[in-house]
Ligand binder design. Structure first.
Ligand SMILES: [Zn+2]
Ligand SMILES: [Zn+2]
Ligand SMILES: [Zn+2]
Length: 488
């Protein structure tokens, strides 16, 4: 049960008219999106009870109880196109605020050094090539005899072979899933190295960097067709107090670009040594793409990107996951034993015994989820990646990576979309803006019989289950009587 409280002595919701025009525009667009995107695909049924606590005698009384429907809030387009649309819009606004200001981020950030960076995964063996970015067909891997596996096919964009290894026997499947599993750690090593290289380039001792500048970023992980993640990120260099402070004199876009290039090549994560899998050093691929960001869509010769294009690009991938590789699976571990294959039971004597899990009979798999792997949509390559996760996930020494639990995401367990604390605003703040607006609009509907003595309202929420698709008013999320909050 989620309990929300609000003190009537506190100031009420912000009147809609006092919101700034940019906020009103965001609220208006979000409202339009939710109305046109169709109903939520997985709505929740909630029982909402408003309780009033009488300050005079401490008595608790229920004012109203009603069943309300709430949006599922899923970010993935394939799960709920409607909620994903809203999520994408919020992500877009969050990224854009860090580039051109807005939502408490000063617009001076647009003059700070900032870059759009793509850090790719390394090669783990040649894979079939699809058409070029402009859609032009090209020969896959024509090689001379003796120069490794070749393929002279001009693969069309919908060819399922694209992204699968030319020679599955020699492809480094273990390296592939370990890269996915440790991509988040590699990113954090990259940010540490980036700060080090920045300090070096500025001629500062490492511990002085924070006194002169702040590094902010927002990133998204995108699955490449071969089923490995790579990162797209906005990286910005601010002054010591974050987005509101001017960067130091030494902070130029060129210096930031050099430091990014350097850090992308030096960042490394070493995998643990386990019996059948030798330790390896995981690094980003040699293909590093760094682009300057431009405010004016008409200026700039080829190398520049507009802020809008970048914000849209990141928002697009924030709403996706493995579907870009052609697969979409649910967790493959048994729900009862979480993949261990065992359960614990207490005997009448008080003794505890370990036995095979009754649900999966000891193999730790969710039978129905594994059956879906036999479907026509799953390539042999994807299946091998999943089986590699399963095999490595059982090895002591790699258990911390929880490869079995994340096998359906090909080992990747990081958050798809993240940003540093001082990048710009937060998704929660953008959502709160709408909720506060809605609460202000509904303030008049607050029960009028509270009386002077009643000072505290408590909203309680109870989950009742999934509602039927289309059965609810997803465009009108539950609005608490006083407090602008609700379960997410
Ligand atoms: Zn939904
Ligand atoms: Zn090919
Ligand atoms: Zn089980």
């Amino acid at each position: 049960m989620a309990v929300r409280t609000a003190d009537r002595a506190q100031p009420g919701p912000i009147p809609p008219s006092s919101l700034d025009p940019a906020a009103l525009l965001r609220i208006g667009v979000a409202d339009h999106l939710t109305r046109t995107a169709g109903p939520c695909h997985r709505p929740l049924r909630l029982a909402k009870t408003v309780l009033a606590i009488d300050h005079g005698n401490g008595q608790l009384r229920a004012l109203t109880t009603q069943v309300v429907h709430a949006r599922c809030g899923n970010r993935r387009e394939s799960r709920c196109p409607s909620c994903a649309r809203l999520y994408k819009y919020d992500t877009y606004n969050l990224i854009a605020a860090g580039l051109r200001g807005g939502k408490q981020t000063p617009d001076t950030v647009s003059a700070h050094p900032r870059l759009f960076v793509t850090l790719t995964a390394p090669s783990l063996g040649p894979v079939h090539l699809g058409p070029a970015k402009n859609g032009q067909l090209r020969p896959c891997h024509p090689r001379r005899k003796g120069q490794g596996p070749d393929c002279r096919t001009w693969h069309r964009a919908d060819d399922r072979l694209i992204g699968t290894p030319l020679d599955p026997e020699s492809y480094d499947y273990a390296g592939h899933v370990l890269f996915n599993a440790l991509a988040g750690k590699l990113w954090s090593r990259f940010t540490i190295d980036l700060r080090r290289h920045l300090a070096q380039a500025a001629g500062l001792p490492r511990d002085r960097l924070a006194q002169e500048g702040t590094l902010s970023y927002a990133k998204v992980a995108e699955y490449q067709t071969r089923g490995i993640v790579h990162y797209h990120a906005v990286i910005r260099l601010d002054g010591p107090d974050g987005p509101g402070s001017p960067p130091p004199g030494w902070a130029t876009t060129e210096l930031l670009e050099d430091a990014v290039r350097h850090a992308a090549s030096t960042a490394v994560v070493t995998t643990p040594e386990v019996s059948s899998v030798p330790s390896r050093a995981l690094r980003f691929g040699a293909q590093i793409d760094i682009k300057a960001l431009e405010t004016d869509p008409l200026s700039g010769p080829g190398r520049v990107l507009t802020e809008t294009a970048v914000a849209r690009y990141i928002a697009k991938y924030a709403a996706k996951s493995t579907e870009t590789t052609g697969i979409e699976l649910r967790p493959l571990v048994c729900h009862t034993c979480h993949g261990t294959g065992t359960s614990h039971a207490e005997l009448t004597t008080g003794e505890s015994i370990t036995r095979f899990c009754d649900t999966c009979h000891g193999h730790g798999r969710d039978h129905a989820a594994w059956t879906e792997l036999d479907g026509p949509g799953v390539t042999a390559h994807a299946r091998t990646l999943i089986e590699t996760c399963w095999r490595l996930g059982a090895l002591p020494g790699l258990d911390a990576l929880r490869l079995r639990a994340w096998a359906h995401l090909l080992g990747f367990r990081g958050h798809t979309s993240t940003r540093s604390r001082r990048y710009s605003t937060t998704l929660a703040a953008l959502r709160a803006e709408r909720t506060e607006y809605q609460a202000a609009l509904n303030a008049e509907s607050t029960p009028a019989d509270l009386g002077e003595k009643t000072t505290l309202l408590v909203n309680t929420w109870r989950y009742l289950g999934r509602a039927e698709i289309g059965s609810e008013q997803c465009g009108s999320p539950p609005t608490p009587a006083i407090h602008a909050g609700g379960p997410r």
